[in-house]
Structure formats: C-alpha cells, structure tokens
Design a protein around this ligand. Structure first.
Ligand SMILES: Cc1cc2nc3c(=O)[nH]c(=O)nc-3n(C[C@H](O)[C@H](O)[C@H](O)COP(=O)(O)O)c2cc1C
Length: 331
C-alpha cells in the first residue's frame, strides 16, 4: 500500500517541501534538473575541508549555486576537527542552508588520510569533529555515514547516537559498509534500526531506484527522508515520479521528446559552466546514463568516448533520437 502524500520535512530550522534528497553525486547543472523535478534538498559532492580553508577562492568555486536550486547542502570531508570547523564556517558564510559531514566515502585516497568512512573506525574522533563543527556554525548540520567499516564492525547505532549527542540535526545512513562499496543490497533494516534508536531525523540511502522502491522503503524503515543516488543519474524524473505515486497517481515516465530536450539543456548548462573541452568530457558520462534502456543505446554509448566537440555531440544525439522515432513509426 502506498503511504499518504509525502510530508514536509524539517532539518533543524530548515523546512523542506518534501523529504526527497539528491545525494552528492553531481554538480550544479544536474542538481538544477533534479530540483525542477521536485527534489526537496540537494547536496554538493564532497569538498575537501583542508582545501577550502587553504584556498577558499579556488575550492569555494565547487559551492557555486543559484537561487533556483536552493536550499543547498554543502558536504565537506576531512579528519581534523579544527579544519572541519573552519571549513564549515566558510560554508555557512557562503550562504549554504545545510552543512554535511562526509563520514562514509569509501575511496582509498580519502580513507587513507583518515577521512570519510575511516572515521567510522574512530568514533571518538568522529565525535570531536561533530562537536567542533556544531560549535562553529548555526545552520543545520547533517552527517552522512555507512553502517560500519565492514560486516564485523557495524557501529552505525553508536555513531548515530554520538551525532545526536553532538547536536547534529539529521543523520543520513547509507545502508552499506565501507568494504561493500557500492555493491551488495543496501541494508534497509539497519536504517529502520537507527530510526528507532534516535530522536533526530534519519535520511536513508541505498538502492532507492524507483518510485515503488521508495514507497516500500518508507513503509519498511519509518525513515524521515530518502536520499537518491545512482537512481537519479540519467533520470532526474525519478523525483517527479515518486511525488506522483505518493499523491495517488501513476508515475509518469518522460516522453522521448522530454528526454531529448533535457539532454540538450543539460549539455548546454555543462558547457556554459565548464567550457567545451571539460564540459563535453563530463557530459559523456551523463549520456551513458541517459541512454540506458533506449533502443540502439549500447551502440551509441560505444561511440561516445571519442566525441570531443560540442557540435559533434549535438549531431550524434539528434541522429540517435531521430532513429528511435523512425523505429517507433515503422513499428
Ligand atoms: C558518481 C558518484 C559520486 C558520489 N559522490 C559522493 C559524494 O561526493 N559524497 C557522498 O556522500 N556520496 C557520494 N556518492 C555516494 C552516493 O551519495 C550514495 O551514497 C551511493 O551512491 C548509494 O546510494 P544509491 O544506492 O542510491 O546509489 C557518490 C556516488 C556516485 C555514484
């Protein structure tokens, strides 16, 4: 059974229109597309606290935003409580509505420096970071963790309790361990457990790849918010579809025209913000996601790696969609 309409959602003093959150998986152009489709809160990709403190001007560019995407959560990572607090202060001064602490990134380079998921191995230090950041900023503070370092060290309840005691306003739990990376099924039972264990709002994350999955997730876990990651890549419409389902309607997939239009808009936004060379390179990644499941998509994707010029990409996309329309007409 589908739950009632999705309720508004509060993180500290910040009231969100709904509890659907875009994970920190992309930059401003994609965040804007997700926002247009009804997402309640977007997060930036993680930003180095040390980098931000040392070179505020250059690294601060990663926080580039615009009014249409607000409210914005900015995620920082690091292992030094003082640097994390100083970086959080910069985030607040730059006008972000939420600051988020990354304590879940599994990447070797990050954990070898004691940041990201490595902090799950040092709950005391994680607590010191949360405490220092809490003292430094008054905007809402969230922390994102995993279930633990590995299956033998599942300490999400302990770290969640520390976060609550430190005055963190909401906890995001990605239902996988560091060792699991992005594989295996996300553990929604762990999310249900931490929700029962804490008073602060809990945002669950992992495998929320369809409106139906999100509905099942809320019913099963009682979580306050749902963070969508890979399920939104190439599919910003997932937010609209979830909202439609919870309003009692049928999730409306994008038409071919809508998909094509969005792809062109996204490409243009990326080129505008990053320039042709870097923009095209970055957009090729998104093209792979957008064309998943489309007829002729695998051949299209196999060629995409060679495209470097904006006009060339536009031409290939146009031809790709024309071909699908021809197939549809002749079917
Ligand atoms: C391309 C990509 C970039 C990511 N970058 C970040 C990041 O900067 N910070 C973060 O907390 N998580 C990051 N993640 C992890 C996601 O936020 C999310 O926790 C993970 O993908 C699990 O959710 P999912 O099963 O819905 O994809 C990233 C994931 C992907 C695929």
């Amino acid at each position: 059974m589908i739950a009632e309409r999705l309720p508004a959602f509060k993180i500290g003093s910040l009231l969100l229109s709904n509890p659907l959150v875009l994970a920190g998986i992309s930059n401003l152009p994609f965040r804007l597309l997700a926002k247009e489709q009804g997402c309640g809160l977007v997060y930036t990709e993680m930003i180095s606290a040390e980098g931000l403190v040392r070179n505020r001007k250059a690294v601060g560019g990663l926080m580039k935003s615009c009014p249409e995407e607000r409210p914005l959560g900015v995620q920082i990572f690091g292992s030094n409580p003082q640097s994390m607090a100083a970086a959080a202060k910069i985030v607040e001064e730059c006008g972000a509505e939420v600051v988020d602490l990354n304590m879940g990134c599994p990447v070797r380079k990050v954990v070898s420096g004691g940041s990201g998921a490595a902090l799950l191995k040092e709950p005391k230090k994680a607590g010191e970071i949360m405490e220092e950041v809490r003292k430094a900023v008054s905007i809402p503070l969230t922390v994102k963790i995993r279930t633990g370092w590995d299956e033998k060290n599942l300490n999400f309840l302990e770290v969640g309790r520390i976060a609550q005691e430190c005055g963190v306003d909401a906890l995001t739990l990605h239902g996988r361990t560091r060792r699991q990376g992005y594989a295996c099924k996300a553990d929604w039972e762990a999310i249900a457990q931490v929700k029962r264990h804490l008073r602060i709002p809990v945002i669950g994350n992992g495998d929320l790849t369809s409106p139906e999955a999100v509905s099942h997730f809320f019913a099963l876990t009682g979580a306050d918010g749902a963070m969508i990651g890979r399920g939104a890549l190439g599919n910003p419409w997932i937010f609209r579809q979830i909202l439609q389902l919870f309003r009692g309607g049928l999730p409306e997939p994008p038409s071919l025209e809508e998909k094509e239009k969005t792809i062109f808009r996204h490409l243009q936004m990326i080129i505008d913000s990053r320039g042709e060379k870097h923009g095209v390179r970055e957009f090729r990644k998104h093209l792979l996601w957008y064309t998943r499941g489309l007829r002729g998509g695998s051949e299209f994707r196999s060629q995409a790696a060679n495209w470097v010029v904006h006009s060339e990409v536009v031409e290939h996309i146009q031809k790709f969609f024309e071909k699908i329309r021809e197939w549809d007409l002749s079917a």
